[in-house]
Structure formats: C-alpha cells, structure tokens
Design a protein around this ligand. Structure first.
Ligand code: CTP
Length: 474
C-alpha cells in the first residue's frame, strides 16, 4: 500500500477488492481518506469508487462481512453506505460529466477512474489508491496531488471556473481546507472564487453553514473568515459581519476596524476554548456596533448599547444562517449581551455588590463570559493590553472570592415563590413577585446574607408595607 492503514482497514479493503474482482469491476479508495492518510491525520470514513454499480458492490461487500451491516443507498445518486465499527464506508460508481456548450447543466454518465478524478474538487482530494489485483495499493495521482500536498497548495483538477460551477460549495470547501490544513489557495483558484462568489447563492444555507462551522472549529478561524471576507463570499450569506469592516475618520479621530478586531477576538477565544458556541459569541460580540455607531463632538466614536442591539440581532442571524434555534442561540445571545460587564469591573472602587450582580446575571456562563471578555482585550499598544490583563486578573480573583463567600452563581432564592404564597396565604399574584424581588435585591446588594432566616425577616417587613400578614400568625 502506498498509504499506511490499520490491519482492520487493510482487511476491509482486501475484501472490497476481491468482491469487486468477482463482480468484474475495478474499484479504488479515493478522496479525503487518501489525503488524510498521507497527511497522517485521523480518518473516520472512506470513499470507494468503482467502475460500475456502486450500490451493488456495497451490498455484496456488506453481505460478506460478519454481522452484515445494513446498507443505506440512494438510487438517484447511485451512492451506498454502511457503517462498520463506527467507520463509515461510502460507495459510488465512477462518473463522467460532459458540458454541452448551450447548457451549463452537466450530463452525468458512467466513466473511468480518470474521469471521476477529474471532476473532484481539489487535486489533493482527487488521488486514488487502486484496490485491484494488478496494481493493488498503488497511488493513482494524475494531477500532482502529492506535490500539492507537500507544497500545501489547493489547486483544482480542471479550470477552477468549471470546478466551482459544478458545485459552488467547493469555494467554501477550499477556504475551509485552507483554514483546517494551513494550506494556501492557488492564486488562480482564489481569483475564481472572487469571480464566482455570487454563485454560492444556489447552495443551501445548511451546507454553507456546515463549512462555516468547520472554519469556526479550526485552530485559527480568522484565516478562513478573512478569506471569506476578501473573496466576497461572506457578504453573500452573512452581510452583517461585513458591515463591521472599515474605519471612518472624523476630525482626525478614527475607530478600530471592528471586523479585524472581531477576528482577533475569535482567535483569542479559540486559543482558550474548543467550544463552537463560545466562538460564535466571539464572532457576534460586536455585531451591534455598525447600527449604534455615532461620532460625538469633542468625544469621538461611540457604540452605546451595541451589546443590547447585538443580543437582539443574534436570533435573526441564527435563523438566517440556519443555526440551531435552541439553548445554543440563547447562550450566544446572553454572552453578547453581557460581554462588556466583566471589563467594567476593572475600575477601582468596585463593590462586592457589583460582583454579585455579574455572578447572578451570568450564572452558569460566568467562566465562558470571562474567556470572551479577556479575549476582547486587543490593542496594538502592548503596554495597554498588559495593564488591562493584569486588572482583569484582579477581577477574576475578586469574583472567585465573592462566589466562595456568597454562592451567587447558581443562586436559588432561600425562600421560594411557593413558600412565600404559603406563608402569606397568597395565590400567584403581583405581590409574590414584589416579595421575591425584594429578597433577591437585598441579597445581591449585600443588605442581608444569603440565608433563610435573614430572608424571612426581610419578608415580614416588606409584607407589612404591602398590608400582608403571615397566615400562621407569626
Ligand atoms: N468532493 C468534491 N466536491 C464536493 C464534495 C466532495 O469533489 N463538493 C469529493 C472530494 O474528492 C472529497 C470527496 O468527495 O475528497 C469526499 O467528500 P467529503 O467526505 O465531503 O470530504 P472530505 O474531502 O473527505 O473531507 P472532510 O471529511 O474533512 O469533509
């Protein structure tokens, strides 16, 4: 084998080769599996191309395997798939596409392995390994995929305009591979992306977002986000992010380019956390800035309330990008809303009460919020960054102390609404809310400690003001 496989993989590939031979067809390992094996990256699926009926081959192989895995197949696409010990194996018949001059619609007909390789997205994804008797295990690399892998470059087997018109999602895939693998996009290929960017519109948002999330999950998402921006792809599906870019200068005063600032914050966050949604919060943290931007005479640029606008924009953006409409969205919106709070506590004379309020409002999200807020400290002035980070450490320390003392993070009222109703013989009503809020505010303000007795005494006083009496006569 020209690639190194595990004994289990070798056994499976030998079986596939032998089964194909018995059916009188040729078959090959192809695509990402070959690429990743050569790169020494982990693999979780393998694509098999055969010159013939891929669905029939999949069924024959599955039938010969212990446990006979179930084959899923799609007749219209001529593809079949089964899972073997968590490993995904996909089969397809080799295809050839021909474009007639009067139509851009390809006609798909059965083809050879070379035809099939030619219509794949990138040369590094178009390498095949033969599973056939005469040349079993040999690499078939008609477009110099190996050289491109070595040089870390993404090129297309055909002219890039043709490759991208075949499937415009490949423009996103190229940028995703460049981000994930640290590869460069060949200049001609990049220009083709910039030229064809509007074509991404014909691709479903789910597929676009799938690639975007892979970019966000990479070690340095800014690489892909910047390529998406500069190639003009980003404006096609996420114009709000593009709005962040640029610098305006009035009376000699400029503001920072919020797009590139955001990319820096995303990278800083990515360096501290693998969490995709925390990274999304970083991407959206300043999304409300363009809508709130103002130049105030004698003062400079302001973005008052951008965190509130950003919080409101989040559900709309999630919907537009077909991101989940669930607690993940709420989590991102909450972090966007709170992203300025921790840094506002770096000023002197901050009371414990302010610390408690942040712990209460952030709740379970406090650690993630601190990561986001720390990542938001970006400036070209190194001394300034250092000073901010040092102050930020102090805030972290104080939050820890206040939390240890007052246990606000997972705060539950020492007397619940139900208990209040029983105590004062109330049905659900405005009064219950008033009493509950009074207890919460007094604890957060440090007027009473976070315990039952103190809360009970406070309730008695408050109840009197509302002309309420405890039913037990206490
Ligand atoms: N492919 C393609 N055009 C696409 C999608 C896929 O030409 N739009 C081809 C490529 O040869 C690719 C193979 O199909 O290598 C398998 O695709 P897929 O499993 O989606 O991607 P991988 O390259 O395996 O990479 P990853 O698993 O990281 O998505």
């Amino acid at each position: 084998m020209d690639i190194e496989c595990s004994p289990r993989e070798n056994k499976l590939f030998e079986l596939i080769g032998a089964t194909a031979h018995a059916m009188n067809v040729s078959c090959y390992l192809v695509g990402g599996f070959v690429r990743d094996k050569i790169l020494g990256r982990p693999t979780k699926d393998a694509d098999i191309v055969c010159t013939g009926d891929g669905i029939a081959l999949a069924h024959a192989v599955a039938a010969a395997l212990p446990g006979r895995p179930q084959v899923n197949f799609f007749k219209t696409f001529g593809t079949a798939q089964f899972k073997l010990n968590g490993f995904d194996v996909e089969f397809v018949g080799a295809r050839k596409e021909s474009y007639t001059t009067d139509s851009r619609k390809p006609q798909v007909t059965p083809g050879t392995i070379q035809d099939d390789q030619l219509r794949r997205d990138f040369t590094v994804n178009a390498m095949a390994i033969s599973l056939n008797k005469p040349d079993y295990g040999q690499l078939i690399d008609p477009f110099g995929g190996i050289t491109d892998l070595k040089n870390k470059i993404l090129r297309t087997p055909l002219g890039p305009d043709i490759t991208f018109s075949d499937d415009p999602l490949r423009m996103m895939r190229g940028i995703r591979f460049a981000t994930q693998l640290g590869f460069t996009i060949d200049p001609d290929v990049y220009e083709a992306i910039a030229r064809n960017n509007e074509r991404i519109k014909i691709v479903s948002q789910e597929r676009i977002t799938d690639e975007l999330n892979k970019i966000m999950a990479a070690a340095k998402p800014s690489v892909g986000l910047d390529l998406l921006f500069r190639s003009g792809l980003l404006k096609e599906f996420f114009p709000q992010a593009v709005e962040l870019s640029g610098v305006e200068i009035i009376e000699g005063k400029g503001h920072k380019d919020n797009f590139y600032h955001t990319l820096q914050v995303v990278d800083n966050t990515a360096a501290k956390s693998e969490d995709l949604w925390l990274r999304w919060a970083a991407l959206l943290h300043d999304i409300g800035k363009p809508a709130t931007k103002k130049f105030e005479e004698g003062h400079g640029w302001t973005f008052h309330g951008h965190e509130v606008v950003g919080e409101r924009m989040t559900p709309r953006i999630f919907k537009q990008l077909k991101l989940p409409q669930n607690e993940k969205m709420k989590y991102v919106a909450k972090l966007v809303a709170l992203h300025l709070r921790p840094i506002s506590l770096t000023k002197e004379d901050i009371t414990d009460s302010a610390m408690r309020r942040l712990l209460f409002d952030a709740g379970e999200e406090i650690d993630d919020l601190m990561i986001l807020c720390e990542s938001d400290i970006t400036s070209k002035n190194k001394a300034k960054v250092k000073r901010y980070l040092e102050n930020f450490e102090l805030v972290k320390q104080r939050l820890k102390e206040v939390e240890e003392k007052d246990k606000i993070r997972n705060w539950q009222p020492p007397i619940s609404g139900d208990e209040i109703m029983v105590l004062f013989g109330l049905t659900p009503s405005r009064e219950v809310g008033v009493l509950k809020t009074a207890v919460r505010e007094a604890i957060l303000d440090g007027i009473i400690p976070n315990d039952y007795n103190a809360a009970y005494q406070l309730l008695l006083t408050k109840a009197q003001e509302l002309n309420l009496k405890p039913v037990s006569g206490e």
